[in-house]
Design a binder for this molecule. Structure first.
Ligand code: C2E
Ligand code: MG
Ligand code: MG
Length: 639
């Protein structure tokens, strides 16, 4: 119970009064009892001691009441409690795993704990008196710090993730809480920052995210990530108008390997398959393991079914090489289903479903092969892939032939030139038309070898005819659009002329209209260079491209060949007749020769002759034949 000041005063007065009364009374009493001064002195001494004792007891009793009165006992108790609390706080401060940094109100560091030293790598004396900005990682923008200070100013607190730099230079994430501390007068006095190093958590978060998106065995993207990436790739393909292909690969009879050799070998095989597949692909191709023995591939730039089929074939062939695994040599085959974007489906999910049903088709038609989602495409693509493969062999095994088709002067009907046309004498399929294999050769790059070979053969043949006394004005050779765009064409032609010794004036190079107009500037330069060699130039299939007359005028070309598509309708089709007339007039006005191809009937030849066409070529005059079968005396008369 608290003691009031008046109580204390009253107690003190009472004590004084008691002392006086006691001393007076005891003095009288003692002197009345004891006459002897010695006894009196002794008793007075005893009385004194008794009073001292009573006083001590009273003082002791009142002291505690007095201290209570002054509040000093509370203060002392508080002091003691505070000391206890501080001791505890210091222990916590030092033992906690969280780093603690205390700075004064200017931000200068005044205290750090042991965990701080452990986490940051800095010693206490290296940081005291410095600003916490010395730990900045450069990871955050100025806006980030601005928001932090705003929050500290407005709410007195900030907490969040922050990337700082350890003494060793390593950047690491912290979860940090900063609190502003105010003194009794409400003035800002300190900041206390408590933080924990969350790099371990981050790592495991990262690991978890990785696990959630990857197949643990092969570390390839799983279905989730693959679908996500595919969606992104498709969105970009849509913008850039690119075609993509989704391939689903399934290993044939994988279950047998698993069952007979155990899951360990099965796992090793899956890993080896994924490594081999990854080695096969370059950028722009994503590989994923969808589960079990199923893999998926997304080819981001694969517009043609033929290209997708070629990729599938490459995968099938690539997996055929045996796998060497722990004393086992394993052979596996794969089946592949292909679905194309955008022709088969627009979403990744749908493409996967389509590829899956195509895979089913591939499996049901005997495995170890591929199938496209669209059936007609499968057959077509398969054929193209086969042709591409076989064409290389055809070149090596000399299965290509050059046929020659006569070109006649329409006025005199005389055979004045020939066009060299390539043929493929396929061991099983017989004579294959260039229309079938030239586009494939162009795509696979083989065209350059084929054209060089045909040119060589044709020039050599022309030399032989000349030596035999055959008089021909020219031998025409077709130049592929692909080759025409390349600089090496010039060297190639020069080389052939040099090797064969043919007078360049007898060699005519046919270039299609589209090849010329696709890149007119390159074409112009190329043509001028070829003209410097002394060869003649003709524009083939004229009327099918979109020639600019202005550009045409600038080309160093000696001949226009009217496309057979316009000749076919002559003389009755009015449009064909009008176009043919215009082309003839155009060529004449530009000083070029006009050459009509695809003449199958006399009426066509008649019409063309009547309208001033110079040369004619077609079945009516003669089909393309091997050199030895050419009939030099053939000169069908136009009536
Ligand atoms: P092109 O240069 O326009 O050749 C004319 C094509 O028309 C030839 O087809 C020829 O056989 C065909 N033809 C000729 N007269 C008639 C006719 O009266 N009626 C019909 N319906 N067709 C006729 P071919 O030999 O199948 O060649 C097709 C195309 O393949 C050629 O068209 C040419 O662009 C290309 N080509 C042929 N040989 C070569 C070559 O050695 N190199 C390159 N790059 N392309 C070649
Ligand atoms: Mg031609
Ligand atoms: Mg033609």
């Amino acid at each position: 119970m608290p003691v009031s000041y008046r109580d204390a005063m009253r107690a003190a007065l009472l004590y004084l009064l008691l002392s006086v009364v006691w001393l007076q009374l005891s003095g009288h009493l003692l002197s009345s009892f004891f006459d002897e001064s010695a006894d009196l002195a002794r008793w007075q001494r005893i009385n004194g001691y008794a009073w001292v004792l009573i006083s001590t007891a009273l003082i002791f009793f009142s002291r505690s009441r007095l201290l209570r009165l002054l509040g000093a006992d509370t203060w002392l108790r508080h002091q003691q409690e505070d000391r206890e609390r501080l001791r505890q706080a210091a222990a916590v401060f030092d033992c906690t795993r969280e780093g603690v940094l205390v700075s004064d109100r200017k931000g200068l560091i005044v205290h750090v704990n042991r965990a701080f030293i452990e986490i940051t790598g800095y010693q206490q004396d290296e940081v005291l008196g410095h600003m916490p900005s010395m730990f900045k990682s450069g990871h955050h923008s100025a806006d980030f710090y601005q928001a932090m200070f705003e929050s500290l100013k407005n709410t007195g607190e900030w907490s969040g993730e922050i990337w700082n730099r350890r003494k060793c230079g390593e950047i690491y994430p912290q979860w940090q809480t900063i609190r502003a501390i105010h003194d009794d007068h409400g003035q800002l006095s300190h900041y206390v920052a408590v933080f924990s190093d969350i790099s371990a958590i981050k790592d495991s978060e990262h690991e978890l995210a990785h696990l959630a998106h990857h197949d643990p065995l092969t570390d390839l993207p799983n279905r989730l990530l693959f679908t996500d990436r595919a969606e992104q790739a498709l969105a970009s393909a849509q913008i850039h108008k690119r075609g993509c292909a989704m391939l689903m690969i399934d290993l044939d009879h994988f279950k047998m390997i698993n069952d007979s050799l155990g899951h360990n070998i099965g796992d090793q095989l899956l890993k080896a398959v994924s490594t081999r597949l990854l080695d096969m692909f370059g950028p722009g191709i994503t590989l994923a393991r969808l589960g079990g023995d199923e893999f998926a591939v997304l080819a981001e730039s694969c517009p043609q079914p033929g290209q997708a089929a070629a990729l599938a074939q490459r995968i099938i062939d690539g997996l055929k090489e045996p796998f060497e695994l722990a004393d086992h040599q394993l052979f596996i085959n794969a089946s592949i289903g292909i679905s194309l974007f955008p022709s088969d489906a627009l979403s990744a999910e749908q493409l996967l479903r389509n590829a899956d049903s195509a895979l089913f088709k591939a499996k049901s038609t005997g495995r170890d092969g591929y199938a496209l989602y669209t059936e007609e495409l499968t057959a077509h693509a398969q054929q193209r892939v086969e042709i591409a493969f076989e064409l290389r062999r055809a070149l090596e095994q000399q299965e290509l032939r050059v046929y020659y088709q006569p070109v006649h002067d329409l006025k005199s009907s005389r055979l004045i030139g020939v066009e060299a046309l390539v043929r493929w004498e396929h061991p099983q399929r017989g004579l294959v038309s260039p229309a079938e294999f030239i586009p494939i050769a162009e795509r696979t790059g083989l065209i350059s070898e084929i054209d060089a070979w045909v040119m060589q053969q044709a020039c050599r043949q022309m030399c032989e005819w000349q030596a035999a006394g055959v008089v021909l004005s020219f031998i025409a050779v077709n130049v592929s659009t692909r080759l025409f765009a390349r600089r090496e064409l010039y060297q190639q032609v020069a080389q052939v002329l040099h090797d064969t010794g043919l007078d360049p004036a007898f060699l005519e190079l046919e270039v299609t209209e589209s090849a010329v107009m696709d890149d007119p500037e390159v074409a112009l330069e190329q043509m001028h260079r070829l003209r410097e060699l002394g060869v003649r130039l003709a524009i083939d299939d004229f009327g099918t491209g979109y020639s600019s007359l202005l550009r045409l005028k600038r080309l160093p070309v000696q001949k226009l060949k009217i496309d057979q598509g316009f000749v076919a309708g002559l003389p009755w089709d009015e449009d064909d007749a009008a176009i043919s007339r215009v082309i003839i007039a155009l060529a004449q006005s530009m000083g070029m020769q006009v050459h009509a191809e695809g003449i199958e009937q006399e009426e066509q030849a008649r019409f063309l002759l009547d309208h001033g066409c110079d040369l004619g070529q077609g079945y009516w005059f003669g089909r393309p034949v091997p050199a030895v079968q050419l009939d030099w005396n053939c000169a069908p008369q136009i009536h």
